[in-house]
Write a protein that binds this ligand. Structure first.
Ligand code: UD1
Length: 418
């Protein structure tokens, strides 16, 4: 099993490019199920989760192949409509095939994803959304059995009690082929939702309001396969900027969308780091002496839960005290016990962690990655720790970061996989 060795204390300098957004690419791959034919996507990151999506699409009679950063999906009518447990448990995003299959073929059997390291992560809101569009849902033997009487969904009105990202995407995709108009209220506003809506509209869908809290979808009879370039990954870009902050130096992340990083950039400035945002790049200059600041995670445009763990690593070596509140997931502090192994001073409570910063106070140790963003947090902490940190179970990192060790090494970090 691969591990990552990080030797701390190196200053980072240079330019590094952000890859395409995982959380956009995966949803778009499933959107392809809405139209038979050849879909082409570029700027698709080379990640384990993308491979898992290929496996699911192939089980549904599609052909998926990669050529560099391009992905071509040939969609044909599936022989079955099942997302098997073995595929869904590997990657929760697999439940995003529910909306497309229901909309196009009037039926789907999708395994319930079960719990995950960061919380229980139910899908009740996805299912309520499908019911509001006329689907019949039954939970049986660990699967969602969904069907549409008459074969075609009906437009409807959905008010989400929480602005769920996955739920908004699933219902938005389902509504594209429904009879009539659908309104999704309290919709999630993440940039990845806008990107997905843009692709669906290229396919012929009629979606407006994506990126606001009310999305309107006017159902159309059919959609066509099309082409699209995936937006840059704001979480990867943020992680690389945080690497620059924690290790000190002068790092420019190119090919990113600074506006999508507003919440992070505001906090980095407040903490005393120098930030220069250009049209499609962000430069961070950091010379140590940064301060602790408080963060509260929230749906976009709030501080992203997917950067909470990495930000905590920075707070561990900044001056002062930071209160980190996690409002999106109930159990997203698994990285705390590992940071304690590096010598951090953190008191975790339910959904709140108090970090007492110790500039220069971390020491290398073997640690264990528990989930995707926690892995990145431990690699970043290793950049600031004295001596050698070995991060075990690095396979979590490969789900969502494209060759992070190469990107960090290109900036001068001492990071290697072994
Ligand atoms: C969430 C993040 C997303 C991140 C992704 C992967 C938010 C709002 N969403 O998206 O930015 O990229 O994780 O880490 O930050 N919920 C329900 N019932 C449902 C669906 C969700 O109760 O049917 C709850 C979840 O348990 C959670 C919250 O709503 O507490 C947000 O979930 P949701 O946005 O749907 O999660 P993801 O789509 O996985």
């Amino acid at each position: 099993m691969d591990r990552m060795r990080v030797v701390g204390g190196k200053t980072l300098r240079g330019e590094v490019r952000a890859s395409g957004a995982k959380n956009s690419a995966l949803k778009m791959l499933f959107a392809s199920l809405l139209a038979e034919g050849r879909h082409e996507f570029s700027n698709v990151p080379d990640l384990k989760d993308v491979d898992s999506s290929f496996a699911l699409l192939e089980s549904l009679n599609c052909k998926a192949r990669r050529e560099g950063d391009r992905v071509i999906i040939d969609v044909a009518a599936p022989g079955n409509f099942e997302a098997h447990y073995d595929l869904v448990r590997k990657m929760r995003a697999s439940i995003l095939c529910l909306g497309p299959l229901l909309a196009k073929y009037g039926q789907a059997q999708v395994s319930l994803p079960g719990g995950c390291a960061i919380g229980s992560r139910p899908i009740n809101l996805h299912l309520e959304g499908m019911k509001a569009l006329g689907a019949e849902i039954e939970l049986k033997n660990g699967y969602v059995h969904a069907s549409v009487p008459g074969g075609r969904l009906q437009g409807g009105q959905i008010l989400f009690e929480f602005a769920t990202v996955g739920g908004t995407e699933n219902v938005m995709m389902a509504a594209t082929l429904a009879n009539g108009t659908t309104y999704i209220e309290n919709a999630a506003k993440e940039p990845e939702i806008v990107d997905l809506a843009n692709y669906l509209n290229k396919m012929g869908a009629k979606i407006s309001g994506a990126g606001t809290s009310i999305i309107r979808v006017d159902g159309v009879k059919s959609l066509n396969a099309s082409q699209h370039r995936v937006i840059p990954d704001r979480i990867e870009a943020g992680t690389l900027l945080l690497a620059g902050a924690i290790a000190g130096g002068d790092v420019t992340v190119t090919d990113c969308v600074p506006d999508d990083l507003d919440a992070l950039l505001a906090k980095l400035r407040e903490a005393g780091h120098e930030i220069h945002a250009g049209p499609n790049q962000v430069r961070i200059k950091s010379s140590g002496g940064a301060r602790c600041v408080d963060i509260t995670t929230a749906p976009h445009p709030g501080f992203p839960t997917d950067l909470q763990a990495q930000f905590m690593s920075l707070m561990c070596v900044s001056e002062g005290v930071s209160v980190i509140s996690e409002t999106v997931f109930e159990n997203r502090f698994m990285h705390v016990t590992e940071l304690l192994r590096l010598g951090a001073d953190i008191t975790p409570k339910t959904r709140v962690a108090v970090v007492r910063g110790k500039p220069g106070g971390l020491e290398g140790a073997p640690v264990m990655a528990t989930d995707l963003r926690a892995s990145a947090c431990l690699v970043l902490a290793g950049l600031a720790a004295r001596g050698e940190t070995v991060v075990n179970r690095i396979y979590h990192l490969d789900r969502g970061y494209e060759k992070l060790e190469n990107k960090l090494s290109s900036l001068g970090a001492a990071v290697e996989r072994f």
